[in-house]
Design a protein around this ligand. Structure first.
Ligand code: KG4
Ligand code: ZN
Length: 463
């Protein structure tokens, strides 16, 4: 029941917003706020972000001189970083603040949800305040608040959503609920203004390994995903088992050590060679790495900084060999995805590579070669925009806000026990039939309808 209510409220929200997007030209933010004050009604359902279906009949066109006038605060707390940023509709980044939970990661060897929630709760107020201060603004200057509502850890998402809605309620601001993986993809459009839909995107992070065809804003076809672990998880475990310094997360540590090693020294096999699809698997490679470490008697309790030079070389060879094969798997899948994507959308010109692992220089260089071979262009955001950040959330909020997809300000400050619309397991797009994996079908229980299906349903209701 709860999920049905959530779904219908979402559809009703997207409904109205779709309609508004085409007819409305916006004139000024002040006018927008004036409008919102006059017409927005209090939310009734605690599960819903809004009662927009009631609003549609009274919602009138708003005018605003340009998208550039928008100023949006973006909040991100889906995993282990507490991040906030203020971004203009023009794409100008006014501020960006990230508070990482590096110490906790070192202590627990990964993200522990309860600890992460606690850390977010402590960091959220100062992080948002710093983002506003650095932008030289107050909440009163904002046009909207964008916040990640999924996928991610519920306990963590909740901290960001609560903060966003609290600000929105106090300052009468619309709220845009953002899909974390869409944000990783769309931030590429902030840095590369030539990047038009449709495009292909490889999104690689600690929890996700996605190949998606972006047809339009909010409309994606999933060409491939991981059947077990994501590449970032494999980098993190490799770093941990090699006794590396995890304070900047495992990926950068493996990348750095790999520079010293021989990438052909350890013969790891490339995953899923026999599967002619675009899905990924990193669990087997992780096991291969663990076995290689054990067979060389590497003791992870001895930090790399104290290892003998022979031991260090041995660890470096494993790091380099792991990285080569992990990335080769990406290369092979991207080559196939490009072929599929060109069949579906022959006009694509770009491959976007984003998410934390896209900060890796070796990943970028290898994928650049794949892309060039296919006469496409690689778009890879700078590292600070590849790892989790508030800019990507603010920017995705701006993109959706401009087509009218947003919720009205919450009418009251919501109580501590308020049930928020959070989507811990929320696919971005519908699976491409050729890419469907039987291995994964067992894991699809209790997931939220995809962003794409919600938007499509709302568009169908319109017509
Ligand atoms: O996107 P992100 O910041 O958070 C998630 O949504 O998961 O990605 C974090 C992941 C971690 O697994 C981290 O080790 C990996 O990105 N990462 C890297 C590099 N920088 C971050 N992996 C390989 N090389 C890097 N330079
Ligand atoms: Zn991420």
């Amino acid at each position: 029941m709860a999920s049905l209510q959530t779904l219908s409220s979402t559809i009703s929200r997207l409904n109205l917003l779709q309609r508004s997007s085409f007819n409305y030209s916006l004139t000024s933010l002040k006018l927008l706020k004036f409008y919102e004050q006059r017409i927005i009604r209090p939310a009734r359902s605690p599960l819903s972000f809004s009662t927009l279906s009631n609003r549609s009949s009274t919602f009138k066109p708003i005018k605003m001189s340009s998208k550039d006038d928008l100023i949006v605060l973006g909040i991100e707390t889906s995993c282990d970083d507490t991040a906030a940023a203020v971004v203009r509709g023009s794409g100008e980044i006014l501020s960006q603040v990230v508070s990482s939970q590096a110490d906790l990661l070192v202590q627990y060897g990964g993200v522990a949800p309860k600890m992460a929630e606690e850390a977010h709760s402590q960091a959220i107020d100062p992080v948002v305040q710093e983002a506003l201060d650095k932008a030289n603004l107050t909440e009163r200057d904002l046009s909207a608040v964008a916040v990640t509502i999924g996928p991610g850890l519920s306990l963590c998402l909740r901290v960001g959503v609560q903060k966003a809605r609290n600000i929105a309620s106090r300052f009468n601001l619309p709220v845009v609920g953002v899909h974390h993986m869409e944000a990783h993809a769309l931030v590429a459009r902030l840095i590369e203004r030539e990047l038009q839909f449709p495009f292909l995107a490889l999104l690689i992070s600690g929890g996700h390994n996605l190949l998606v065809l972006a047809h339009n804003l909010g409309q994606y076809t999933q060409l491939g995903t991981t059947i077990d672990d994501a590449i970032g998880e494999a980098f993190d475990k490799t770093a941990k088992w090699l006794g590396l310094d995890l304070r900047r997360s495992g990926g950068p540590a493996v990348e750095k050590l790999a520079l010293e090693g021989d990438s052909q020294a350890v013969k790891f096999s490339t995953p899923m060679k026999q599967h002619k699809d675009c899905n990924f698997s990193y669990a087997g490679l992780k096991t291969q790495v663990r076995l290689a470490i054990e067979s060389r008697n590497i003791d992870a309790t001895i930090p790399i900084s104290s290892a003998s030079s022979q031991d260090r070389n041995s660890r470096a060879d494993i790091a380099a060999s792991f990285q080569r094969v992990a990335v080769l798997h990406l290369e092979e899948r991207c080559q196939r995805a490009i072929e599929w994507a060109l069949k579906i959308e022959p006009s694509i010109k770009h491959l976007v590579v984003s998410g934390g692992v896209a900060s890796n220089k070796y990943v970028r260089a290898r994928l650049d070669q794949v892309v060039r071979k296919n006469s496409l262009q690689l778009v890879c955001p700078p590292p600070s925009l590849c790892t989790d950040n508030g800019v990507m959330v603010a920017w995705t909020g701006i993109e959706h806000f401009c087509v009218g997809r947003y919720d009205p300000p919450p009418s009251v400050i919501e109580p501590e026990d308020f049930v928020y619309d959070l989507r811990p397991r929320w696919p971005l797009g519908e699976e491409y039939a050729e890419g469907r994996s039987e291995a994964r079908s067992l894991r699809t229980a209790r997931i939220h309808p995809s962003l794409t299906s919600l938007i499509q349903a709302s568009m169908q209701q319109q017509s």
